[in-house]
Design a protein around this ligand. Structure first.
Ligand SMILES: [Zn+2]
Ligand SMILES: [Zn+2]
Length: 355
């Protein structure tokens, strides 16, 4: 295969200054493959990384963000036996060091050697170079083979789906017949609602403030939507559950008020998964957690190989997240892609960049 010496990549030169330039194609180290990147989805965390940086990220002028990506293996290190040149793959952003206590117990998304590249840790698009480039060096531990019927664009949704599944694993999955409330119809919330229904939820209730997003949620299997601008979500959920509360709340807004309200729409002995990105401290009535025998967890990214669980479900059509993909841009137009994503131009949900 003819691989050039240099490639186009979106490099962060200064905070907020992302530019497409020509850089060397990355070297392939032990256990790594070179992936020719086909599609990268912009994640809700990307604008913050670009504006504010990330703890332990590579130096400005070298750092390439982007972490929800798919592509084709075009080169493998001599010690790679798991994959071959030509394999189509989805990339998982986290590679634990493989030697700390958390990694050894399977919790590699909370690796104790986070950011220590010299100890083998990688977090593509965060603490190490990622996918807004023509090529990326990725360790085999992070690669999931894609069947031919998952195209590269749809495959970028697997990272989010893996995170949602990990959230459900942490909280004890969905028990068939349960009433699940998902708050916040962002990409993770919409995927959470879709997967809850797939796992046998009796009713999925989705709350949000934007009618067009709630409509997407109904298309993905939400049975009831509540527009929080028009109705009080707590009162409505309590009414729908005859004053008992929902079995599980999956909080995906990242906002203080819905995060606090989750404790008031869950049933006694219920569960709450906090999946949002919380920039502010939140005041919770913790007395409820004790007196109501609640279980609360949060998932750190697509842990415990959950991305792989989403692949057969997407392959046979049970996971279908195409309605989330609203825009596609070339790598040269990456700043326009970010502008579209952050300003939600044209009701943007997931925006894909194609190097
Ligand atoms: Zn992400
Ligand atoms: Zn580790």
């Amino acid at each position: 295969m003819n691989i050039p010496k240099t490639m186009k990549a979106a490099v962060l030169f200064d905070l907020g200054d992302l530019r497409v330039v020509e850089v060397p194609v990355p070297e392939v180290g032990h256990g790594e493959t070179l992936v020719k990147v086909a599609s990268v989805a912009i994640c809700g965390s990307d604008p913050g990384i670009i504006a504010n940086g990330w703890k332990g990220y590579p130096v400005l002028g070298e750092f390439i963000p982007g972490h929800e990506f798919t592509g084709t293996v075009v080169r493998i290190a001599p010690d790679v036996v798991e994959l071959q040149v030509g394999d189509r793959v989805a990339v998982e952003p986290h590679k634990g060091c493989g030697r700390c206590e958390n990694c050894l117990r399977g919790y590699y998304t909370t690796c104790l050697n986070y950011g220590k590249a010299e100890l083998g840790h990688r977090h593509y698009g965060f603490s190490s170079n990622g996918g807004y480039a023509e090529y990326a060096a990725c360790h085999v531990n992070t690669l999931h083979k894609l069947p031919d019927n998952i195209d590269f664009e749809h495959g970028t949704m697997l990272t989010g789906a893996g995170t949602v599944l990990y959230g459900y694993e942490r909280i004890g999955w969905v028990v068939p017949g349960e009433t699940i409330v998902v708050t916040g119809p962002g990409a993770i919330g919409l995927m959470s609602a879709h997967l809850a229904k797939l796992m046998g939820a009796g009713r999925v209730i989705l709350t949000g403030t934007r009618e067009e997003r709630l409509a997407v949620g109904r298309g993905l299997g939400s049975d009831i939507t509540i527009n929080a601008r028009e109705e009080n979500p707590v009162e409505r959920v309590m009414e729908l559950t005859h004053g008992i509360g929902a079995d599980m709340i999956v909080e995906c807004t990242g906002q203080p008020q819905p995060a606090a309200e989750a404790l008031h729409m869950v049933r006694k002995d219920g569960r709450i998964s906090y999946n949002g990105i919380y920039h502010e401290s939140v005041t919770l009535q913790l007395d409820r957690v004790v007196q109501w025998n609640l279980k609360i967890t949060g998932p750190k990214a697509e842990g415990m190989w959950n991305l792989s669980r989403a692949i057969p479900l997407m392959s046979d059509g049970r996971i279908n997240l195409r309605s989330l993909i609203t825009h596609t841009f070339s790598l040269d137009d990456i700043n326009e892609a970010f502008d579209t994503f952050t300003k939600r131009k044209g009701n943007a949900i997931k925006v894909i960049v194609k190097p």
